[in-house]
Design a protein around this ligand. Structure first.
Ligand code: BTN
Length: 259
């Protein structure tokens, strides 16, 4: 493994965090880092434990979709035990942390598409998934899963080449996965620690959303809704205004920007 490659020591050494990334488990191949993280969390893994897979054989995305995770990309999950009141902010803080990281490490200008896709030049470069378990009013565990296309040569994968991209393709250079992961973990801890102070995560996420003010089509609950994406609330839901003036609040769905 080269010095620039992902290993627990290369990630953890002098990372500068107090808990995120202080324990890192790296596997050459996993079904999904989400499943491995759930098992670790159920066995009481320390908060901030990070699980990384060189490749995933059953990487999953939102709404039960497959997430392609070949070698050369980043597929990781982070175990957290937040207060239940912070749960809806995890997706927002993860989106912001990824956007800040891509900007800092590559100079590219990422955008956030509701709810949690990170785009570069209009194409998806990263997907984020949160899972967890709540028992009564207590969060038993939460897992943030992040997949970033770094080395993927998108032109080779015709199914996604119209809608997805990678950091190498967009920047025209070999982006260091190690730099991305280390920066990301520091940023996630920084933002996570701001949660008790209030609204700033929600406000920055809302203000960065490329979706707001646009005409959208939303695939949600088996149907397609159309309208103007008007606002998002603190729980992360999207409010769409239809042409007849009525509005719909959407908790989960897939957005296509149409103008
Ligand atoms: C999406 O955009 O649909 C979310 C994709 C999330 C992919 C990441 S890769 C690391 C973690 N493990 C998984 O199986 N999924 C998430």
């Amino acid at each position: 493994m080269s010095a620039n490659d992902l290993s627990p020591a290369s990630i953890t050494d002098n990372l500068g965090t107090s808990f995120i990334g202080q324990r890192v488990l790296c596997y050459p191949r996993l079904a999904s880092t989400m499943d491995a993280s759930r098992q670790e969390a159920q066995q009481g893994a320390a908060e901030g434990t990070v699980i990384i897979a060189g490749e995933q054989t059953e990487g999953r995305g939102r709404v039960k979709r497959l997430w392609l995770s070949p070698e050369g990309n980043i597929a990781l999950s982070i175990i957290l035990y937040p207060d239940v009141s912070f749960l809806s902010y995890l997706i927002m803080l993860a989106s912001l942390a990824v956007a800040h990281t891509i900007e800092a490490v590559t100079g590219l200008k990422p955008q956030v598409k509701w709810p949690n896709d990170i785009l570069v030049n209009g194409k998806k470069v990263c997907g984020i998934l949160t899972e967890g378990e709540v028992k009564g009013s207590r969060v038993a565990y939460a897992v943030i899963g992040i997949g970033i296309n770094v080395g993927l040569r998108i032109a080779d994968i015709s199914e996604i080449s119209a809608t997805a991209t990678s950091l190498n393709d967009e920047s025209g250079r070999n982006v260091s996965r190690l730099d991305v992961v280390r920066h990301l973990l520091v940023e996630i801890e920084r933002l996570y620690l701001t949660l008790p102070a209030g609204e700033s995560i929600y406000e920055e996420w809302r203000d960065r959303l490329v979706t707001l003010g646009k005409r959208v089509q939303v695939e949600s609950g088996g149907g397609i809704l159309e309208g103007i994406a008007e606002s998002v609330d603190r729980s992360g839901a999207l409010l769409i205004r239809h042409s007849d003036g009525a509005s719909t609040r959407i908790v989960a769905g897939d957005v296509t920007l149409s103008g």
